[in-house]
Design a protein. Structure first.
Lengths: 649, 302
């Protein structure tokens, strides 16, 4: 009963926040924060107490009665929506302020809250029809947020690509829900394990939600949309919005009867997304595109966990499935937190230098030490290094994979391959984030803009610090998070509810704390020792070269050159090199571009072929009456022949 | 109380014995080349001297330049404490500790590469880029080796993974891991630890700008990493855990010595590989580990 009121009030608060957004920024911020805080409390309460909120309306909306449900799975995602939604609202106050963006700031606030509201509704709607409406509204509000800066051509192109891809996915969902409604006789959603004939619908769900989740090769919209959106929008898109696709996958893999190959397919897709996503990440030279591809990689990690979880379910609810699934769920939170942190950091850099090209940055740590430190924190977390939070969730996924392999579960080949893929992914991600943080923040500034950068204010730093603190909590005391993590696991597969953690999480937490303390002690100790011995500043030695310049530094392109050639079969780098010629070379240049292979090599040519075919058909359409009579006669004859030969058989 | 003392004793062993290994390697190399060579304890003298020296910092570097070597050193030391020593077991052992060990080495790599990129020097950028790139292939081999061990022991605990002998796949695993050892520790044929210019290619190129105590941390960390890999290799191949007391200690020490001398011989008899062939060699190491994995897999069924 209390929950009814809490949810109603939150929705009213958020709606009024959206309405006030255009004119009253302070009121908007207050209301949005109040709404997200209530949501967070409600979600954590649901996760902690294990009670499920279920509410049906007396009235009908669009011919169906409203059915809202907040169970542990929804709550797990809702808490992420609330945290990143609140942090982004604070961040946007300075980042996308009325002063700097007079024409789009108000619009941005309205759509921001609308997006939060729609994502919340997607998570709690338990009626297929209303789910679809909420899903569509969510996709649209995200479109308007991506195209906030619509005067730029690339932004509009990215927005359209997102909209097209998103609707392709929605088409799959339309098919899914209408088929479900037709087969079960009701739009109401719930467990459907007793309808084995519905199993093939899992593949439809995998496509529909896979597009939104950005899993390889359905990720085509993701890099440009995340790169061109304002950074707080990139953060929520990357940290939370693509998780709605994962939510759909987890939700429906828990409800639908599973076809035989479901686990294998998700595992293989996850492994492909992880490795290829990491390879693309490493190859990027645009800071935000790099972070966007990294989301593909992390979705891959989550899908690996989900795949092992599905396999575990299919193999008599094996414990290894449970561990991997717990890791996947935890990684959803982790990735949401550190990816938002990284995008906020990238936003600060963009704000300070007005460019996303990493080769135009360098040495930013001096001007923006807070951002540099927080970005380094996020980089280490996303590379899954101990003692950060990314390691905890990847460690759980690894545990599941190793145990499944040692168990010699049927078809362990795929599990072994996925394990190796996860290891390679980790090393590639590490390389990518050494590259990103080093090229942007370390060394000497490569351009004037980078030399005159400035630190962002507290409105932007505050949310980053908050997200980093949340990461630190998960990293250092994972035991506290564990009960919350178990609730959605039990809701997904009731055989896995309750009981002691099947992994020594307490020990890992203690080790992480010890490691964190030792690291700080060692760094301080070494610094004190160096200071006691005396330090002297001098030019970088550079093997004796007397006049090094900023342009002689290793760039992102040169840093990643070797792995890019290993992955050239999929990255397809486009290079143009003009050598210096003659004794007095006038000009020489080198250009490297990493295309979005799936989009430019597969989807692009494919749609061009469709366009060519359509153009050809259009030529047959000239408005000449005799032509149409001919088409009509030809059609009739063809039909007649069909009927004639059909009746012969 | 006794457990704390035990941990301290182990730490002391790791910290004190590690710098011996590069000395032995150099002695072997000198012996093969017919020279007298530097004393076996040379690294100890170097470390003691560096610890007393002042530090020259590049004008470009942030505080991360000094924090990097410190964190890397802690990471390697922490990884070493996870490693069991024969029948003694590890000072800290829990399910999944092996993954922590691999990722601690990743942390060390991240910090070393970070510190290298601080200086803005092209040489150090080159070294860092190569280090993190080769690590991608080495990581695949290491994960496969760990999978092999966990499949044949049915455990994810380092101390019980390393107990049974690797069986038929031992030879494959030994060669695979030995190659990874050479790559991860930047020895010939992947890297040449003797030169100090860009010819060095990887590790030494990354630490060109370090001096004084931070350089001491880098050198000591590198020697600990070498010892760690040697101990891991020996225990993965020889069932040291099944032996008792002195025999085990003897076997472990002898094994580490064999590995060290082998590194010295490889370094004396081989030239550094051409740059393009390095990935090929690492892929070979990976394939060796894959075959070891296949052997372990089938061995378990039969």
């Amino acid at each position: 009963m209390t929950m009814d009121w809490v949810m109603l009030v939150t929705i009213v608060v958020l709606v009024s926040a959206a309405l006030s957004g255009a004119r009253f920024p302070r009121m908007w911020l207050g209301l949005t924060l109040a709404g997200t805080a209530t949501w967070l409390t409600a979600a954590l309460w649901t996760l902690g107490s294990g009670t499920e909120w279920d509410w049906r309306s007396e009235f009908a909306l669009g011919g169906e009665r409203l059915h809202l449900r907040l169970d542990a799975i929804s709550a797990w995602f809702l808490s992420l929506v609330a945290v990143v939604g609140g942090a982004g609202a604070v961040y946007s106050r300075e980042y996308w302020s009325d002063r700097e963006r007079p024409d789009s700031a108000g619009r941005g606030r309205v759509w921001w809250t609308t997006l939060l509201l729609c994502m919340g509704l997607v998570l709690i709607c338990s009626n297929g029809l209303h789910f679809l409406v909420a899903w569509e509204a969510f996709a649209l509000s995200a479109f308007f947020l991506i195209t906030l800066e619509r005067e730029r051509r690339e932004t509009r192109a990215a927005g359209w690509l997102y909209l097209a891809a998103s609707h392709a996915g929605t088409l799959g969902l339309f098919a899914l829900f209408s088929l479900l409604a037709a087969r079960t006789g009701s739009w109401d959603l719930g467990p459907m394990r007793d309808h084995p004939e519905l199993a093939p619908l899992f593949w439809v769900a995998l496509f529909g939600f896979g597009v939104k989740a950005g899993m390889f090769p359905l990720h085509i919209w993701l890099p440009s949309a995340h790169a061109n959106a304002p950074s707080h929008v990139s953060a929520i898109m990357s940290g939370v919005a693509i998780k709605m696709g994962v939510y759909g996958l987890i939700r429906f893999s828990g409800w639908l009867p599973l076809p035989a190959g479901a686990g294998w397919a998700v595992l293989a897709l996850g492994a492909a997304s992880a490795v290829l996503g990491a390879a693309f990440t490493l190859a990027q030279n645009d800071l935000k595109r790099l972070l966007a591809y990294c989301s593909v990689e992390n979705i891959g990690v989550i899908l690996i966990g989900l795949g092992v979880g599905l396999l575990g379910t299919a193999n008599g609810d094996a414990v290894w499935g449970r561990v991997a699934m717990a890791g996947a769920l935890l990684h959803i939170w982790n990735h949401g937190l550190f990816k938002s942190l990284l995008f906020f950091g990238a936003g600060s850099v963009l704000h300070a230098t007005n460019t996303r090209e990493m080769s135009r940055m360098g040495g930013l740590w001096r001007a923006m030490p807070w951002t540099a430190g927080l970005f380094a924190f996020g980089s280490a977390a996303v590379s899954a290094l101990p003692p950060f939070n990314g390691f905890v969730s990847e460690w759980l996924v690894y545990l599941g994979l190793f145990d499944a392999a040692a168990d010699r579960a049927p078809g362990a080949v795929v599990i072994v391959l996925a394990t190796i893929a996860l290891g390679v992914t980790g090393a590639l991600a590490l390389a990518a984030f050494v590259k990103a943080s080093a090229v942007v923040f370390l060394g000497a500034p490569r351009t004037q803009a980078a030399a005159h950068a400035h630190e962002s204010g507290w409105w932007m730093r505050g949310p980053m610090l908050g997200l980093a603190a949340a990461c630190a909590v998960i990293a250092l005391v994972p035991v506290v998070i564990w009960p919350f993590n178990q609730a959605p696991l039990g809701a997904w597969n009731s055989a896995w509810s309750g009981g002691k953690p099947p992994a020594p999480l307490a020990t890992l937490g203690a080790v992480q704390v010890a490691l964190a303390i030792l690291i700080v002690l060692a760094a301080v100790g070494l610094w004190l020792r160096a200071r006691a011995n005396g330090t002297r500043r001098a030019l970088t030695w550079d093997c004796g070269y007397a006049a090094p310049t900023a342009r002689m530094q290793y760039t992102g392109g040169s840093f990643a050159a070797m792995p890019v050639t290993w992955f050239a079969w999929v990255l397809r780098p486009q290079r143009r090199l003009r050598w210096p010629r003659g004794p007095f070379p006038s000009r020489a240049d080198y250009l490297e571009r990493i295309p979005e292979t799936v989009l430019e090599r597969v989807i692009g040519p494919g749609s061009n072929a469709v366009m060519a075919a359509s153009a050809w058909v259009r030529q047959r359409q000239q408005g000449h009456l005799p032509d149409y009579i001919l088409y009509l006669v030809a059609g009739l004859v063809a039909m007649g022949l069909l009927v004639f030969f059909g009746s012969m058989q | 109380m006794s457990s704390i003392l035990e941990i301290l004793a182990r730490l002391a062993v790791w910290l004190l014995l590690a710098p011996l290994l590069p000395g032995i390697i150099n002695k072997v190399k000198a012996w093969v080349a017919g020279r007298r060579g530097p004393p076996v304890l040379q690294l100890y003298y170097d470390l003691a001297r560096l610890w007393q020296k002042g530090v020259v910092l590049s004008t470009l570097v942030s505080p991360g330049f000094i924090a990097g070597p410190a964190v890397a050193w802690v990471a390697v030391l922490a990884a070493a404490t996870l490693l069991p020593l024969g029948p003694l077991g590890a000072s800290l052992s829990f399910r999944g500790d092996v993954i922590l060990l691999i990722y601690l080495l990743g942390l060390a790599r991240f910090c070393t590469a970070w510190a290298a990129m601080e200086t803005g020097s092209a040489f150090e950028g080159m070294g860092a880029a190569r280090e993190v790139s080769y690590a991608v292939l080495a990581e695949a081999a290491v994960i496969t080796a760990v999978l092999t061990l966990s499949m044949q022991s049915g455990s994810l605990l380092l101390s019980s993974m390393l107990v049974p002998s690797a069986g038929t796949g031992a030879v494959l695993l030994a060669f695979g891991l030995f190659t990874v050892l050479l790559a991860e520790n930047c020895r010939v044929p992947f890297d040449d630890p003797n030169t100090h210019l860009e010819l060095t290619m990887i590790h030494e190129a990354m630490v060109l700008d370090h001096s004084g105590p931070p350089l001491a941390a880098v050198l000591h960390g590198a020697s600990m990493k070498l010892l760690l890999f040697s101990v891991l290799l020996v225990q993965a191949v020889v069932p040291v855990g099944k032996l008792s007391g002195l025999t085990a200690a003897g076997a472990l020490v002898a094994g580490v010595l064999v590995v060290t001398v082998a590194v010295g011989f490889v370094e004396s008899l081989l030239a550094r590989y051409a740059f393009r062939r390095v990935p090929l060699l690492l892929t070979t190491a990976f394939l060796l580990c894959v075959f070891a994995l296949l052997v372990a897999w089938k061995g378990g069924v039969a």
